[in-house]
Write a protein that binds this ligand. Structure first.
Ligand SMILES: [Zn+2]
Length: 305
């Protein structure tokens, strides 16, 4: 039996349709997969616009004098009370917050001068307490200005929380303090890990979520409410990364009203911006029934240079 050539002709338009359909599928798939590098550039622009909204610098609550003086001792005592009040305020935010507050009911304050932590303890009993106790090293303004470090961080080699005496607003001071004390607690409990390892990233996610729970505790849940509202403004976002290409500087500025950060300088607002972005990303993951691994992937994307 011979086939007439025209019997096959109908396949040509069908093939063309299939080809077009494939191309369309690839295009749609490509569109939904946001380019991570471009997304990061877009987010950087948004964060820069947010930072440019306020160019004030930080105020300082620790004097610059490195020599022991009455004023300095009084300031260190005040700094100690600031931290104690912060841990007290955070109680009830989460189980982890309660654990940290209990562990840091007392601690040993030191002052960072010329690359060293100086203890202003003369009594021998204080010296013993110092060796056994958890330490917070306060950084005065003069030293902080010379450093290229965050205003609050955990220094693993010293097992010490380093805290610049700058004017953090409440509730941000409480939240970030608890974050760093959380690292100190885990490290003291024997958790040791390499930077950027999965364990390290997982701990960072935990501490940023702790910050969120502390801010919510202190603002009667208004922080997460606002975060949810921002997410709902961008229903077309297909991923947490894509959401970052859609949010605006004014979304972040609105969050400042809740965290009382509007009048803070760039140092504080840099930290605030990171927390807002991470909270938004994690919220997206939760709303889309993602996993802890998805939060870790988002964090990894966020910190990549
Ligand atoms: Zn951290």
């Amino acid at each position: 039996m011979t086939r007439e050539p025209h019997n096959l002709n109908f396949l040509l338009p069908l093939k063309t349709h299939l080809l077009l359909l494939c191309l369309l599928c690839f295009y749609v798939a490509g569109c939904s997969r946001t380019d991570p590098v471009r997304a990061r550039a877009a987010l950087q622009t948004t964060c820069q616009q947010y930072m440019d909204d306020n160019t004030q610098e930080y105020q300082c609550w620790l004097p610059t004098a490195p020599e022991p003086s009455h004023e300095l001792i009084v300031s260190l005592e005040q700094a100690t009370r600031n931290v104690q009040n912060a841990t007290r305020r955070a109680v009830g935010s989460s189980r982890l917050a309660d654990e940290i507050a209990t562990a840091f009911t007392t601690f040993f304050p030191t002052l960072f001068v010329n690359g060293k932590a100086i203890a202003f303890a003369c009594e021998e009993s204080d010296q013993t307490r110092f060796k056994q106790s958890r330490e917070i090293c306060f950084i005065p303004k003069s030293e902080f200005a010379r450093m290229n470090n965050p205003a609050l961080y955990y220094r693993y080699d010293w097992r010490t929380v380093m805290m610049a005496g700058i004017g953090w607003p409440e509730p941000f001071f409480t939240a970030v303090t608890m974050h760093e004390l959380g690292h100190a607690l885990r490290h003291n409990n024997g958790v040791n890990m390499k930077m950027f390892s999965p364990e390290w990233i997982s701990e960072e996610v935990d501490m940023h979520e702790l910050e969120t729970s502390v801010i919510d505790h202190l603002t009667a849940g208004r922080y997460t409410q606002k975060i949810r509202r921002i997410c709902s403004q961008y229903p077309k976002a297909q991923s947490a990364i894509e959401l970052m290409t859609m949010i605006s500087a004014s979304d972040l500025i609105e969050l400042d009203e809740i965290t009382d950060t509007s009048k803070s300088g760039r140092t504080v607002r840099g930290t605030a911006c990171a927390q807002y972005v991470l909270t938004l990303g994690f919220q997206f993951v939760v709303q889309h029934k993602g996993t802890s691994q998805d939060k870790m992937s988002f964090y990894q994307w966020f910190i990549r240079k």
